[in-house]
Design a protein around this ligand. Structure first.
Ligand code: ZN
Ligand code: ZN
Ligand code: FE
Length: 753
């Protein structure tokens, strides 16, 4: 006989791991026990040596679908002579950080049950099992047990308890296990908070079909739902949500119906149907016929498939519903019931509410594909808080992230836990939830940071938070963080040419940076080139009102006569523009920015595409849409100076004016402008490559959400360079926290904390 003590870490709690171990031990006729501890799972097995070895082998190869094993160790220990294999009660006190599973989309077995009229869970919207269901959003503490979830207030009925206790059952130790008799339920209310009669979900479905807007509580928060084929309903929702132009995401009842309206590639279909179920940006097809207001003027559409039982009841296979985050404009997604009634009542006609508390909010994750690979734009439900593995071990660090599209990140050992998308930290409400959320993550993952990393911008709330903690602080330059995030993901720390094309980030010379070419590794960077500084007349307002930037650009090219040029901009200047230019000339409230985002703003404004924006990056997004499908030719530009080099695009702006006057189409000029920025970037990288001898290039920053630009640049650069792109973290500011971690770790090794 032989006895082994085995430790397993990774995502092994709440994913059916102990039942799996139990069944495995049975199969090999072994005695012993399995137990959840803070850091993972501990197993002791005893039996004939051959069986013990086979068990260890099977443990590694037959893992349940949702589990992710990090480490397994096995040591022989003394025989105890038990006769049975049991699942021991979880250890209350966690020793180290623990891995918390993200929420998992409803599995095929559960789908079958909820659609089977003979099953006791027929049409039950809270059906789940060890292979699927809510996790992160309902976990209040660790170890992961029912008492530490928002299911604690529901007592299992005897049938559910039997399933829960039966090791051969799919629901053995499925913590959120529930049925119509004992679990949570939905109710439907009108705006006056009056309960509506009838089966709540079916009634809601009919109301939506008749044109109503319903606020629906789901897994990570509230969605606003209406019929995507109903012009009136979608326009009404757009008006009420104060979201003038930003496209809405839709959910299709089946992949087939999505394919009728969109072109879905093999890779996109895989993303859509996998266990994360993110929103995937796909191309609209020629047969696209959804309401115009869903994604006006946009060749792309954000689509997803059902991921919770309620979605299967709300959508028939042929239905498509708008399903957008329940919030007003850019506020974080609403997840508490009172808050929903308070804040969504101006938008929704009805409220489909359930009584299982959401402990952590999580927006839907957003992804697109680039070169047949996923390219994440937002990390939320289904991803958070699964760790990203780092190449080396390091201290416990909290990275506070940036200001817009904030995420924060905690590390322990070689794991980086990036938070779900927090949103824009511009108001007190988001800031409060940000602080709560950091506290919860620290408890949940049992990480007490020794060090904190943040952006250099003194005005960011995330920076202020970092400074209040009383820990050693590592300030990380914004674009260095963008580059370091990609290095960290690729498990690299060597010198690369880092291109961070971005909107706004704090520069160490007192100006705004954002069109950066660094020679960088994780510990440091040298600024080798950047986009030429541009004046921002009126400061932050110039970012909301691109006409200011463009007017100043034309004024510097042509003097006061610019107003006579025959381009759309000159007829769209806002009243008082003369004062704006005068102030800019005197340098009053006119900071300097090298942000690459501003180049796109100026081009969009000159071409009359957009003079005022309603969401971050809108002018650039619309310039890209205008260029869709057109092969552009680079306009003139200049690369000047020594170190750093400066990329000057004023010749390109001049060319835009001349060609517009000569009658060129704004769409082909938009394409030309993309080609120009790409050409200048490629030439600069080429020069820097020759200068430094470095052959690896990292591309990141919010501007690279523009895949038109990205593909122009990557195709060309790949001829001479190894090009590294973000894999799991977004190129936008949602990726900053991981970059801050990478830099802080490196610096904490030496003296310079
Ligand atoms: Zn399931
Ligand atoms: Zn039950
Ligand atoms: Fe940024």
């Amino acid at each position: 006989m032989k006895r082994m003590r085995i430790g397993v870490t990774g995502i092994v709690q709440g994913v059916g791991f102990r039942p799996f171990v139990y069944n495995l031990a049975r199969r090999f006729a072994l005695a012993g026990w399995v137990q959840n501890i803070g850091s993972g799972v501990i197993i002791e097995i005893e039996g004939v040596p051959f069986a013990v070895e086979s068990f260890v082998q099977a443990l590694k190869t037959e893992v349940p679908p949702v589990a992710v094993l990090e480490e397994i160790w096995a040591d022989p220990c003394e025989l105890k002579g038990e006769s049975d294999f049991i699942i021991r009660k979880s250890e209350a006190k966690a020793e180290r950080q623990v891995f918390v599973s993200p929420d998992v989309a409803t599995c095929a077995d559960c789908q079958r049950e909820i659609t089977d009229p003979k099953d006791r869970r027929y049409r039950y919207p809270f059906t789940n099992c060890t292979n699927c269901g809510p996790r992160y959003t309902i976990i209040t503490g660790t170890p992961y047990d029912r008492e530490q979830t928002t299911m604690a207030e529901f007592t299992m009925c005897s049938t559910c308890r039997e399933e829960y206790q039966d090791p051969s059952n799919r629901r053995f130790h499925a913590q959120p296990n529930a049925c119509p008799e004992c679990g949570p339920s939905y109710r439907l209310f009108n705006e006056q908070k009056e309960i509506q009669s009838g089966e709540p979900i079916e009634t809601a479905r009919q109301l939506i079909a008749d044109g109503a807007i319903v606020a629906m509580k789901g897994i990570g928060g509230y969605h606003l739902v209406c019929n995507a084929q109903d012009d009136k309903a979608v326009s009404r929702m757009r008006r009420r949500k104060l979201r003038e132009d930003k496209p809405f995401a839709v959910m299709g009842g089946s992949l087939d119906i999505l394919k009728r309206h969109c072109v879905v590639t093999k890779e996109e279909a895989q993303l859509l149907t996998g266990s994360v179920k993110p929103i995937v940006l796909v191309k609209k097809s020629a047969e696209y016929s959804l309401a115009e207001a869903v994604a006006p003027g946009n060749p792309y559409l954000g689509v997803m498939l059902p991921y919770a039982p309620v979605h299967y009841f709300l959508l028939r296979p042929e239905d498509i519903l708008v399903m957008t985050s329940g919030n007003i404009s850019d506020e974080p997604i609403v997840y508490e019931d009172d808050d929903a009634f308070d804040r969504l009542s101006t938008i929704a006609d009805y409220f489909l509410v359930h009584n299982r508390r959401i402990y952590c909010r999580a927006d839907d994750s957003v992804c697109r594909t680039f070169q047949e690979k996923p390219y994440w734009l937002r990390r939320g439900r289904g991803l958070a808080p699964a760790p990203i593995k780092l190449a080396t071990s390091g201290p416990k660090i909290l990275a506070c992230g940036g200001e817009l599209k904030n995420t924060f990140c905690l590390t322990a050992d070689n794991m980086a836990f990036i938070s779900a998308h927090t949103g824009d930290l511009e108001n007190q409400a988001t800031y409060n939830s940000y602080r709560d959320s950091i506290r919860h993550y620290q408890e949940m993952l049992n990480i007490t940071p020794e060090l904190v990393a943040c952006d250099l911008h003194p005005g960011y709330l995330s920076t202020q938070y970092a400074r209040e903690l009383g820990l050693p602080v590592v300030g990380v330059q914004h674009h260095h963080a963008h580059i370091a995030a990609v290095l960290a993901e690729h498990g690299m720390d060597e010198k690369v040419i880092g291109v961070a094309f971005d909107g706004t980030g704090y520069g160490t010379d007192g100006n705004i940076w954002g069109g950066e070419f660094f020679l960088a590794d994780c510990s440091d960077y040298i600024r080798l080139a950047h986009c030429a500084y541009l004046k921002l007349p009126g400061g932050a307002r110039a970012i909301q009102e691109p006409w200011r930037l463009a007017a100043w650009q034309l004024y510097s090219l042509y003097g006061p006569d610019f107003i006579n040029r025959a381009v759309p901009l000159t007829s769209r200047l806002q009243e008082g523009w003369q004062l704006v230019l005068q102030a800019a000339e005197k340098g009053i409230n006119t900071p300097l920015s090298a942000g690459a985002g501003r180049l796109f703003d100026i081009a969009a404004a000159i071409l009359g595409i957009r003079t005022h924006i309603h969401y971050e990056g809108q002018a650039a997004v619309e310039l890209e849409l205008a260029a869709a499908g057109i092969q552009g030719k680079a306009l003139p530009y200049q690369i000047q100076g020594g170190t750093p080099l400066e990329l000057d695009f004023s010749p390109a702006f001049e060319a835009l004016v001349n060609r517009m006057e000569a009658g060129a189409d704004y769409r082909s000029l938009a394409a030309d402008f993309h080609a120009t920025v790409a050409a200048a970037m490629i030439e600069t990288v080429g020069r820097l490559g020759r200068m430094t001898g470095v052959n690896k290039v990292v591309l990141s920053g919010g501007v690279f959400q523009n895949v038109t630009l990205l593909s122009l640049v990557v195709t060309q650069l790949e001829k001479d360079f190894i090009v590294l792109l973000p894999k799991m973290v977004p190129p936008n500011d949602g990726g900053l926290s991981l970059g801050q971690i990478a830099v802080a770790r490196k610096r904490s090794e030496g003296r310079c904390v």
